[in-house]
Design a protein around this ligand. Structure first.
Ligand SMILES: NC(=O)C1=CN([C@@H]2O[C@H](COP(=O)(O)OP(=O)(O)OC[C@H]3O[C@@H](n4cnc5c(N)ncnc54)[C@H](OP(=O)(O)O)[C@@H]3O)[C@@H](O)[C@H]2O)C=CC1
Ligand SMILES: CC(=O)N[C@@H](CCC(=O)OP(=O)(O)O)C(=O)O
Length: 309
């Protein structure tokens, strides 16, 4: 029998991509609300209770409401929002860091944020292996395509082509900081500089490391081997070392959807400094691809079925 899936928020940026990708999967039967009902509480409650698995592609408050509406059912939930990422009772849906079994058995799975996906993939295994110190105040410089801000930011960038670069998070706060600290096992939240460029999708997350000044950091040579040792030939995450680094890394304005995650290790010749850089699709491994990977794992399917790698 097909697994019944309800995507709450199926008309949004993330929800639409997931719906399009599940439509052709015969393991799944989609419960779809008519447009007039998609914000109707009673209709959503019925759909949440009728589903085997609900995927929440909603703003945080609406995701909390959806989780409350699902109470009393056995429905398993994958939440794409940041409402439950550090909440008790929720499993952080990052299989490469948390382990596949925890997700396979979980009732409530919270998808990682797009920026934290890049940051945590780079830093969490290195801190866990004591290659990098937990006490260091890390910095994260990141750039995202405008689809990262959902329909509102897509509309804004489409309406105003004068924007060349948008720095934000200038109050030195961001909803992704708690999950970055928690799942990297850090003492301090990182200093985070997010930004947006006029590209639809794509993301670069850059973590500079002044290794020679970092008490407790081991040699630059261990960065790549520790990451490779952690991910192996994972299939989704690929580690790239560069003895001769490329001159540049580019985001394309009209990149194809992609569910992979590439990690790059760049070190200075004397080993005193390094930059760890993650490249991903904010709507792929950063959102819909991660939701589908978690859905596959929760259903006992191959985790990469239906992923665009
Ligand atoms: N875009 C991205 O790259 C990523 C997004 N996420 C997260 O995924 C979630 C969805 O984001 P995204 O798809 O970008 O956002 P969008 O704004 O594009 O979509 C959100 C959808 O939710 C609908 N909605 C809002 N309130 C309710 C409600 N009470 N009941 C039912 N539907 C509602 C909206 O409808 P309407 O427009 O009519 O209000 C809209 O269709 C967010 O929490 C976001 O943080 C996570 C990782 C990456
Ligand atoms: C460009 C942009 O605005 N990005 C969003 C993050 C998008 C996202 O990933 O939302 P989650 O928190 O659910 O992961 C932001 O910085 O708030």
């Amino acid at each position: 029998m097909a697994t019944r899936i309800f995507i709450d928020g199926a008309a949004g940026t993330t929800g639409l991509e997931i719906r399009d990708r599940l439509k052709s999967r015969e393991e799944f039967e989609l419960i779809v609300l008519a447009d007039a009902q998609r914000k109707d509480e009673a209709a959503r409650r019925d759909a949440l209770h009728a589903a085997d698995i609900a995927i929440l592609c909603l703003p945080d408050d609406a995701a909390r409401d959806a989780a409350a509406l699902a109470k009393g059912s056995n429905t398993r939930i994958i939440d794409a929002s940041s409402a439950h990422r550090v909440a008790d009772g929720w499993t952080y849906g990052f299989p490469e860091l948390i382990g596949h079994e925890a997700i396979a058995e979980a009732q409530f799975v919270s998808n990682p944020g797009c920026y934290p996906t890049g940051f945590l993939a780079l830093i969490a295994p290195l801190v866990k292996a004591a290659v990098l110190p937990a006490e260091w105040p890390y910095t994260v410089n990141a750039v995202s395509g405008y689809s990262g801000g959902g329909n509102a930011l897509i509309d804004r960038f489409k309406a105003d082509n004068s924007i060349a670069f948008r720095a934000y998070g200038l109050a030195i706060t961001h909803k992704h900081l708690p999950e970055m600290r928690k799942y990297a096992g850090l003492v301090h939240e990182p200093v985070f500089s997010p930004s947006v460029v006029p590209a639809h999708r794509g993301m670069i997350v850059d973590v500079p490391l002044p290794l020679s000044a970092m008490q407790g950091a081991t040699s630059a040579a261990f960065l790549e081997s520790a990451l490779t040792g952690h991910y192996g030939t994972d299939g989704v995450v690929e580690v790239h070392a560069h003895s001769a680094p490329p001159a540049e890394m580019l985001l394309s304005k009209d990149a194809e959807p992609w569910d992979g995650l590439n990690l790059h290790v760049f070190t200075s010749e004397d080993g005193a400094q390094a930059r760890l850089i993650a490249q991903l699709d904010n709507l792929g491994k950063g959102a819909s691809g991660a939701a589908i990977q978690n859905l596959n794992i929760m259903c006992g399917l191959s985790e990469t079925t239906g992923l665009r790698l």
